[in-house]
Design a protein around this ligand. Structure first.
Ligand SMILES: NC(=O)C1=CN([C@@H]2O[C@H](COP(=O)(O)OP(=O)(O)OC[C@H]3O[C@@H](n4cnc5c(N)ncnc54)[C@H](O)[C@@H]3O)[C@@H](O)[C@H]2O)[C@H](O)CC1
Ligand code: K
Length: 507
C-alpha cells in the first residue's frame, strides 16, 4: 500500500503530472463549472463580477483620447455579461473627464435582469445616474430603441466612440433573438468607421466582430487570441481541481419529452453465493436515478431480489459468474447504456475468467469496474479504455499496476479512476479532481456498492469523468447529511434513501 494519504497522492500527481497539462484555453462549459466551484469554495460571484468589470474598464481606458470628447456606449444583456458591463461603467466614470459621456443601453427591462449580482450593480448605476450628468441609462427591449441609439452613433463623426459589448457571454443559447440580432448586425456595419472601437466583454456576442475582447481567468475557445486580453479576476487555481456543485449543474438534464428507458438503463453484473447483497445495493442506488435497473447474478442474489419488485433480475447458473455465462451476459449487456461489474463477484478462477473474457469482448460499452472485478483483471496487456470507470479503494488500486510515482504510467490511462478515500481523487490521463464530501461514517461496508450505483447511473447520460466526480460528490454529500441527522451510525440503505433529496437540490 502506498504510505501516502489520498491528499498527498493528489498533490504529487498535480505537481508531477497534471501541472504540465493545465490548459490556457477552455470552453464556456468548463468556465461555468469553475465559476460555480469557485463559489463553492466561498468566493461570491459578485466579487468575480467586480473584478471582471474593473478589468474591462482598465482596458477600455487605454482607448480614451485626451482633448476630444469620448462617447462610451455600453450595450448590456440581462445576464451576468451585462452585469460585468454595469460594473465597468461605474469604474469608467472615474477614468472619464467631464467632457465625456457614458450611455448604458439595457436590451430589455430592468425587472427581467436575471441575477442578483447584475441587479445589484444596475441599482448602483441608477443611483449614480441621478447625479452624474455624463451617465445616461436607457432600456431598449425592442428594435426601435436599438435603432435610435445606432442612429445617434452613426451621425457622430467627430467624437471618439467606444462601444462595449456586454450583451451575451457564456450563457448564450441558440441563435440571437431580437433586438440583439438587429444590434449586432448594425454594430458590424459601424465597426469600419474610423472613430469607433468595439470592445467585447468575456466573449464576442454571437456574430459580432469587434476590435478587442477582454476575457476572464482563461481564454475561451470561441475567442480569437490575436485580439483577446485575458484578465485574472481572483479565481483560485484549485477551483479547476475541486469537485463541487458546479459539476452537478453540468450533468445532462432529463429531457421533459423523453420516453421510458431514455433516462438511463443500467445492468448490474455481480453477486455470488457468498456476497449476494452487494449488487442489490448498487441496483437500489441506480434505480433512484435511471429508468431501468437490472441485476444479472446467481440464484442466491436473485432470491434476495424478490424483496425489491421494481428491480428486474436475470439468473445465471452456478454459485459464481464463470466463463460459461459470458455470452449470455454479453448479449444482455447490449440492451443497456452502462454495466456495473464487480459488486460481490467473489475472487476465484471462475470469476477471473469471466471478468477478463467479458472485458475483452465488451468493446465500447460503458462499464463501471468495481471491487472484486478490479482484483481479478489481468493487467499485463490491459487497455484502460475511455469507456471504463474504475472505483478502487486504496488496496484495490494496488492491483491496477499504475505507479503514481512514475508520471509515464498514466499516459495511456484513458479510463477514469475514482480512487476512494477520505478525499476521493478522480483522474485519467488528461484530468484530475478531488472530492471532499463524505465522512468517516462511510467506512461501513456497502457504501462502495452504493457509490457504484450512482456513478453508473450518471454514466448512462454523461462522460466518465464527470459521472465519477458527481457520483463521489453525491455519495459523500448524502453521508454528510446523515452524519448531521444520525451521527456515524447510518447504513448504506440510509444513503440510498437520501439520494433523491440530495439530487433534487441540483435539478
Ligand atoms: N466565469 C466567470 O468567472 C465569470 C463570468 N461572469 C460573466 O458572466 C457571463 C455569463 O453570465 P450568464 O448570466 O450565465 O449568461 P449571459 O450573461 O452570457 O447570458 C444570459 C442571458 O442572455 C439571454 N440569452 C441567452 N441566449 C440568448 C440568445 N440567443 N438571444 C438573446 N438572449 C439570450 C438569457 O436569457 C439570459 O438573460 C460571462 O460571460 C461573464 O461575462 C462574471 O460576471 C464574472 C466571472
Ligand atoms: K459579450
Amino acid at each position: 500500500m502506498i504510505p501516502m494519504s489520498n491528499l498527498e497522492i493528489f498533490h504529487k500527481l498535480l505537481k508531477n503530472y497534471y501541472s504540465k497539462k493545465s490548459k490556457d484555453c477552455i470552453t464556456s462549459g468548463e468556465m461555468s463549472i469553475i465559476d460555480n466551484n469557485c463559489e463553492y469554495l466561498g468566493v461570491p460571484k459578485i466579487l468575480l463580477m467586480e473584478n471582471a468589470g474593473k478589468s474591462v474598464a482598465e482596458e477600455v481606458s487605454r482607448y480614451l483620447k485626451e482633448n476630444c470628447k469620448n462617447r462610451i456606449y455600453v450595450f448590456c444583456g440581462l445576464g451576468n455579461n451585462g452585469g460585468d458591463g454595469f460594473v465597468a461603467v461605474r469604474h469608467l466614470t472615474d477614468y472619464c473627464s467631464f467632457e465625456d459621456t457614458l450611455t448604458v443601453v439595457l436590451l430589455g427591462k430592468e425587472e427581467f435582469i436575471k441575477t442578483y449580482e447584475a441587479g445589484e450593480n444596475f441599482k448602483i448605476l441608477k443611483n449614480i445616474s441621478q447625479l452624474d450628468f455624463r451617465l445616461t441609462i436607457k432600456e431598449a427591449p425592442y428594435v426601435e430603441g436599438v435603432l435610435e441609439v445606432i442612429d445617434e452613433i452613426e451621425n457622430n463623426r467627430e467624437d471618439n466612440v467606444i462601444i462595449i459589448d456586454a450583451l451575451l457571454g457564456t450563457g448564450i443559447r441558440g441563435d440571437l433573438r431580437e433586438p440583439f440580432k438587429t444590434l449586432v448586425d448594425n454594430l458590424n456595419r459601424l465597426r469600419y468607421k474610423e472613430n469607433i472601437k468595439i470592445i467585447s466583454v468575456d466573449v464576442e456576442t454571437k456574430g459580432l466582430r469587434g476590435n478587442l475582447v477582454v476575457t476572464f481567468h482563461r481564454n475561451k475557445m470561441e475567442n480569437d487570441i490575436s485580439k483577446t486580453v485575458v484578465k485574472k479576476i481572483g479565481i483560485p487555481t484549485i477551483a479547476h481541481y475541486i469537485v463541487g456543485w458546479g459539476d452537478m449543474y453540468a450533468l445532462s438534464k432529463r429531457d421533459p419529452n423523453s420516453h421510458k428507458g431514455e433516462n438511463g438503463k443500467v445492468l448490474i453484473v455481480g453477486g455470488s453465493k457468498r456476497y449476494f447483497g452487494a449488487p442489490i445495493l448498487s441496483a437500489l442506488a441506480s434505480s433512484k436515478i435511471v429508468d431501468l435497473t437490472t441485476v444479472v447474478s446467481v440464484k442466491h442474489t436473485i432470491e434476495a431480489l424478490r424483496d425489491y419488485p421494481h428491480l428486474i433480475s436475470y439468473e445465471v447458473e452456478g454459485d459464481y459468474l464463470s466463463r460459461d455465462c459470458v455470452d449470455e451476459v454479453m448479449k444482455l449487456s447490449k440492451d443497456y447504456h452502462v454495466v456495473i461489474l464487480g459488486s460481490g463477484l467473489g475472487i476465484n478462477e471462475d470469476t477471473k475468467e469471466f471478468v477478463n473474457e467479458y472485458l475483452n469482448e465488451i468493446g465500447d460499452k460503458k462499464v463501471v469496474i468495481d471491487a472484486d472485478a478490479i482484483k481479478v483483471i489481468d493487467y499485463r496487456d490491459f487497455e484502460f479504455k475511455e469507456n471504463f470507470i474504475f472505483t478502487p479503494h486504496r488496496r484495490e488500486f494496488e492491483y491496477m499496476g499504475i505507479n503514481i510515482e512514475d508520471p509515464t504510467s498514466l499516459e495511456d490511462v484513458k479510463s477514469t479512476i475514482l480512487l476512494k478515500g477520505r478525499y476521493d481523487i478522480i483522474f485519467n490521463n488528461e484530468r484530475i479532481k478531488i472530492n471532499k464530501t463524505g465522512n468517516v461514517g462511510m467506512t461501513v461496508g456497502g457504501t462502495g456498492d452504493v457509490l457504484c450505483g450512482i456513478v453508473g447511473a450518471f454514466f448512462s447520460k454523461n462522460d466518465g469523468f464527470i459521472s465519477a466526480c458527481c457520483g463521489a460528490y453525491i455519495n459523500g454529500y448524502a453521508g454528510d447529511m446523515l452524519l448531521s441527522e444520525k451521527g456515524y451510525y447510518y447504513t448504506p440503505m440510509d444513503l440510498i434513501e437520501c439520494i433523491p433529496k440530495v439530487l433534487s437540490m441540483f435539478r
